[in-house]
Design a protein around this ligand. Structure first.
Ligand code: BGC
Length: 740
């Protein structure tokens, strides 16, 4: 440094660290938005002391990273997601649903419902709106999307993710991230990797073979990194193959960083760290929570009892690990570098994180309603039971524990408090208009919600009231399912069965009224064996966010055509699931013995008939598939395959169809699933309208992960392309050859 510059620098003695630090000139390159990002990062890093760098590695509170006043580094201000901005009550307070001054935001359908829309563009718009609300609330990071795979139906958080298929999850995750990042808000794709059960989520050690990791549990994360350029990844609580995800070099440095080229930072899940040197060296960059809120929380006996770990990446511990030679300074620098890179990319140094934008605008409401509508899956519709309405149906009995209460989302960190929420009952009344009378009876209380209504006498009285109402109505709609207290982060569902009394209620009402429609508000499949044969129609409504009621009304009365398709297989019963017998594990270990045969891959492999297959969803109109063309018939290695076909709306009303493309490898040196989803399109068609749909299959669509070669391999030979309206309703088949 030239001596002549000295007057511009005020040399200070930083009391606590005992080293000299310089005041930063206003024209420092990192402060200039025109300086390229990498130069800004390196310039700032050069000016940071070792303790200042170490400070970057842990939070300052429950939802903030550490700011640095000397250098002008702001805190990253986080908010939970992904289905909206979670209720949160102030700068560093622990978020919870019972907060006294709640933060209100738009509640979108749970991830599983967004997955059921198969609408990539919709999910991208959702991401954008969520990010706008994050900013409106003065924050700059959203903890989502969740892209963990629905491995088994009991996982308490199945509702958060996009279902069982890695390709669909990847498309949805990428869209959400692109939406969020387009608003300069930092997303955090979570939970890396294989957070597939809540049972002992902090201690469970999952044995997963490399092929299943790459083919099933990784693809959505890989796409987030390589296609969306995601800025941050959150590690999972669990262990994978013997090591906690926060200190797992195979997951973080080898896969995320080296193999996929991830440039952003890894954030810990809240309380998922158990070491200092091993964690930083493995590639975990920012430990959350931090500061005093972390200490208060961690001192509580239940925090430790649950198996949380925290407080390992504090300044003192990081500096001590470096001085003891256990941790390289470069690893600390790399963590700080990654965090700063993202902060510069998201403009955190340049724009004041002041509140901008609004919450609960007409556009946001409209998008929430569209999303809720598109998420609904018509599972069964015999004899045209749906849509309801005059002249056939002049009175409807609306019944059930989720009819007059809006079940907007599942429980835990993703639960949003919206400004309002439309119940199914209100939505149905609105849709029914003046032509159809709507009556209401509770039928049965939601399990655990009202002990007074769970006595045998109360149960009988409630059920009789419902049966009486159903008997004198032209149709009955029973809205059943779970509540956020019964299906939630933190624990798994004890079984696939509906909560107490709901099956019996459906049976009793169905016996009284043959036009009984069951609407299910739940985040995962439920057992329907007792009554599925006795009701003409079943609708899967998931947790539809604040506009769920309107969407249910619109679908039931035909104002909207149902177009959702299942992003997850609905088994007849839990023992049919490929994960049955390999969950929840013994002695804190669970072996993913089913390997790559997750979801429909497993049902196909074992030839088990599901209740409703992956990709299934009915419509009020009809679609014809024709004209499959695959070019070229023999494709050179590395060249794409073009697939086209026509879909035509041959019914009498407008509607969207979700056309699905599955690849079948005719002959392979390794076991492969019978079929794998490798493309889909949501096509909106007027009656009589036809559209050509095209797909491009590249090498990745034909490949499997070879454990021998430790890479993706597309073997030469014959492949088939199966085009279906569901994974088990294949309408067109064609073939091509992949040349040597
Ligand atoms: C959850 C995360 C969440 C975090 C912060 C954890 O318990 O697993 O998904 O983002 O808490 O609330």
């Amino acid at each position: 440094m030239k001596l002549s510059r000295l007057p511009f620098l005020l040399i200070l003695l930083a009391g606590s660290t005992g080293i000299f630090v310089a005041q930063i000139p206003g024209n420092a390159p990192y402060k200039n938005p025109k300086t390229p990002i990498e130069q800004r990062v390196e310039d700032l890093l050069r000016r940071m002391t070792a303790p200042e760098k170490a400070d970057m590695l842990s939070g300052s509170g429950w939802m903030e990273s550490q700011p640095n006043a000397r250098l002008g580094i702001p805190a990253i201000k986080m908010a939970d997601g992904p289905m909206g901005v979670r209720n949160w009550r102030g700068a560093s307070a622990i978020t919870n649903a019972a907060a006294t001054s709640p933060v209100l935001s738009t509640a979108f359908p749970a991830g599983i419902g967004m997955g059921a829309s198969w609408d990539v563009e919709l999910v991208q718009r959702e991401g954008r709106v969520v990010a706008q609300e994050v900013k409106a609330l003065g924050r700059n990071m959203i903890l989502g999307p969740t892209v963990n795979i629905n491995r088994q139906p009991l996982w308490g958080r199945n509702f958060e993710g996009y279902g069982e298929d890695p390709y669909l999850s990847a498309r949805m995750g990428v869209a959400y991230i692109q939406g969020v990042q387009s608003e300069n808000v930092i997303p955090s794709v979570k939970h890396f990797a294989a957070n597939n059960q809540e049972f002992e989520r902090h201690r469970i050690d999952e044995t997963i073979d490399v092929r299943a990791l790459h083919e099933i549990y990784f693809p959505a994360f890989r796409a987030a990194v390589q296609e969306a350029g995601v800025w941050s990844v959150m590690n999972a609580y669990n262990k994978v193959n013997g090591l906690w995800c926060a200190e797992n070099p195979m997951l973080l440095s080898q896969t995320l960083q080296k193999r996929w080229g991830f440039k952003g930072f890894v954030i810990s899940d809240w309380g998922s760290t158990y070491s200092t040197a091993a964690t930083v060296a493995a590639g975990m960059n920012l430990e959350m929570p931090g500061g005093e809120p972390m200490r208060v929380w961690f001192a509580k006996p239940e925090t430790g009892k649950d198996g949380n770990g925290a407080g390992w990446l504090t300044r003192d511990k990081v500096l001590a690990a470096v001085s003891a030679g256990q941790l390289k300074q470069e690893a600390v620098d790399d963590a700080a570098r990654r965090i700063l890179r993202v902060m510069f990319s998201a403009g955190l140094f340049d724009a004041a994180p002041a509140a901008a934008g609004e919450v609960d605008t007409p556009e946001q409401r409209a998008l929430a309603r569209t999303a809720a509508t598109e998420s609904i899956v018509l599972l069964k519709n015999e004899g045209g039971a749906l849509p309801l309405g005059a002249p056939k149906i002049r009175s409807v009995a609306v019944i059930g524990p989720s009819a007059a209460v809006a079940r907007t989302g599942g429980g835990g960190s993703s639960l949003v408090r919206p400004k309002y929420a439309v119940t199914a009952l209100d939505g149905i009344k609105e849709a029914a208009g003046t032509q159809t009378q709507v009556g209401y009876a509770l039928g049965v209380a939601m399990q655990g919600d009202d002990a007074g209504q769970e006595t045998p006498q109360a149960l009988a009285r409630l059920r009789n009231e419902a049966v009486e109402l159903a008997r004198k109505s032209d149709a009955a709609v029973i809205v059943v399912g779970y509540s956020y207290k019964l299906e939630s982060e933190g624990f798994d569902r004890p079984s696939m069965d509906l909560p107490a009394g709901q099956d019996e209620l459906i049976e009793a009402v169905a016996a009284a009224n043959k036009n009984t429609i069951v609407v299910i508000a739940a985040g995962a499949p439920v057992t329907m064996t007792r009554w599925i044969g006795r009701v003409p129609a079943v609708v899967q409504a998931w947790y539809g966010g604040q506009e769920a009621g309107h969407a249910i009304g619109d679908i039931l009365f035909g104002a909207q055509n149902p177009s959702g398709k299942l992003p997850v297989t609905f088994p007849k019963q839990w023992p049919d699931s490929p994960a049955y017998g390999h969950y929840p594990g013994e002695n804190l270990r669970t072996a993913y013995t089913e390997g790559i045969y997750v979801g429909y891959r497993g049902f196909d492999q074992r030839n088990v008939e599901p209740l409703f297959p992956f990709g299934h969803g009915l419509s009020y109109t009809k679609f014809d598939y024709s004209g499959l063309k695959i070019t070229p018939a023999k494709v050179a290695a590395g060249q794409p395959v073009q697939v086209t076909m026509q879909v035509r709306n041959s019914g009498s009303r407008a509607g969207a169809e979700i056309v699905q493309l599955y690849v079948h490898d005719v002959k392979s040196s390794v076991d492969r699933p019978l079929k794998e989803l490798k493309g889909f399109r949501r096509v909106m068609l007027n009656p009589g309208e036809a559209r050509t749909v095209s797909f491009t299959l590249d090498r990745s669509a034909l490949s499997f992960y070879s454990t021998a070669k430790d890479e993706w391999v597309a073997e030469p030979g014959a492949f088939e392309v199966w085009i279906g309206a569901s994974s088990r309703d294949i309408r067109l088949k064609g073939a091509f050859d992949l040349a040597q």
